[in-house]
Design a protein around this ligand. Structure first.
Ligand code: ADP
Length: 395
């Protein structure tokens, strides 16, 4: 009855899941948040119960103490389900980390060194790892990187056409993100279709608050829409996705906006929010249905960008066997799925309206039987993928 503890740390919070190492059941999940604020908050969920506590949680180390208390008081007992490893989500692995990696002092230094590329995430991930190491000093800790899956991209796909020396010195290139999800979802689709992953050409659409698309050839990422940071590519809840870089130069000249405000503008105040004043896709769809022009345009820009990448990845792959939708919007919005692929019958893509509208959960096909390209919905499970990759390292 061994288990794996999966941890996803932010700067003032962390999420955790305890996953059975044998049958992959979720034994518990929780969230410790508002770390460092006067009143912190913790939730702990097990299949038959939900607990919440408000108390001061000065730092991540104290947060893991709160988590251990929750396991002791509400189960499952870590003695009857002993974790054999802790898997940590790490956002940026740069070009150094291309697979799940056992955390050593040198690995931690390297993750810290990549903080320039992910200033909001990597320092928080390191803090979470260090605190978890204190809570579980005897266990192996494994880092699973959001960027790792995309390390199979070839130079033509990951290189920006800018001054090569400068790019090399500052490590400027496309890295891609959501890799754990893209890997999980493309693998799950292949298993569902009972086809060897190695012979499938797939396009995966991870459409959540953050959104990215990946062209997956034989289980390997060959191109992805996010870049040096998660800002590039699709229109997202609050992120712009692709813009002409000259827009930023123009803005700087015209408004004297500084780098921090520009960062905030493009990451926090753009995308669906910037276009329509709403960042939640459900609100945007509702407003568009009610005749709101800005919401209607936001949806059209969002869909235009998706279709742009579907076209690009179809040509890059040369053939597409399946297209997979995942994450909040991809799993739940029949309208976005239908409109993303409308009118592509000549390209062998035919969504079945009844299958698409069905509310059945789990992995399912939403294309017609005649569709040459199979279209699927696959619920993503990044924590399970992290647990699997962690186990692959510790045996
Ligand atoms: P995150 O990137 O934060 O993990 P999620 O994958 O949870 O995000 O996706 C969140 C997004 O999913 C939100 O924009 C939300 O509106 C959208 N979403 C959830 N359910 C639906 C639905 N039924 N229809 C349209 N969008 C939905």
């Amino acid at each position: 009855m061994t288990s794996v503890l999966v941890v996803n740390s932010g700067s003032s919070s962390f999420k955790y899941q305890l996953i059975d190492a044998d049958d992959e059941r979720r034994l518990a999940s929780g969230l410790v948040e508002r770390i460092g604020e006067p009143t912190g908050h913790a939730t702990h969920d097990v299949p038959d119960g939900h607990w919440e506590r408000s108390l001061e949680i000065p730092d991540h180390t104290a947060g893991f103490g709160v988590m251990l208390d929750a396991f002791r008081e509400h189960g499952p007992s870590l003695e009857t389900h002993p974790p054999i490893a802790v898997g940590h989500r790490v956002v940026h692995g740069g070009a150094r980390f291309f697979e799940p990696t056992l955390v050593t002092p040198l690995v931690l230094i390297n993750i810290e060194d990549l903080s320039d590329l992910a200033p909001l995430h990597n320092p928080a991930n390191v803090e979470g790892i260090k605190a978890a190491q204190k809570a579980f000093p005897e266990l192996p800790h494994v880092a699973v990187f959001d960027t790792a899956f995309h390390q199979t991209m070839a130079p033509d796909a990951y290189t920006y056409a800018i001054d090569a020396e400068l790019a090399s010195r500052l490590r400027i290139r496309r890295y891609g993100f959501h890799g754990t999800s893209h890997k999980y979802v493309s693998g799950a689709a292949a298993r569902f279709l009972q086809r060897p992953l190695g012979e499938l050409k797939q396009i995966v659409l991870h459409l959540g608050n953050g959104a990215s698309m990946t062209a997956v050839d034989g289980g390997r990422s060959v191109d992805t829409s996010m870049g040096l940071t998660p800002l590039e590519g699709l229109v997202m809840g609050t992120r712009s996705g692709d813009v002409d870089p000259a827009v930023l130069i123009y803005l700087q000249r015209k408004t004297r906006i500084g780098p921090d405000d520009l960062d905030d503008l493009l990451n926090q105040r753009s995308g669906l929010l910037g276009l329509s004043g709403r960042k939640d896709m459900r609100d945007v769809i509702r407003a568009a249905d009610d005749g709101d022009e800005s919401a209607r345009l936001a949806l059209e820009v969002y869909l235009h960008r998706i279709r742009h990448y579907i076209g690009a990845y179809t040509f890059e792959l040369g053939r597409v066997d399946d297209i997979v939708f995942t994450a909040g919007v991809g799993e739940n919005s029949a309208e976005i799925r239908a409109r993303s692929l409308a009118g592509l019958e000549h390209h062998g893509i035919e969504v079945d309206p009844d299958r698409n509208d069905s509310r059945v959960g789990g992995v399912r096909v939403i294309s017609t039987d005649a569709s040459r390209v199979t279209v699927l919905v696959v619920p993503t499970d990044e924590e399970l993928e992290i647990a699997r990759q962690t186990l692959s390292v510790v045996g």
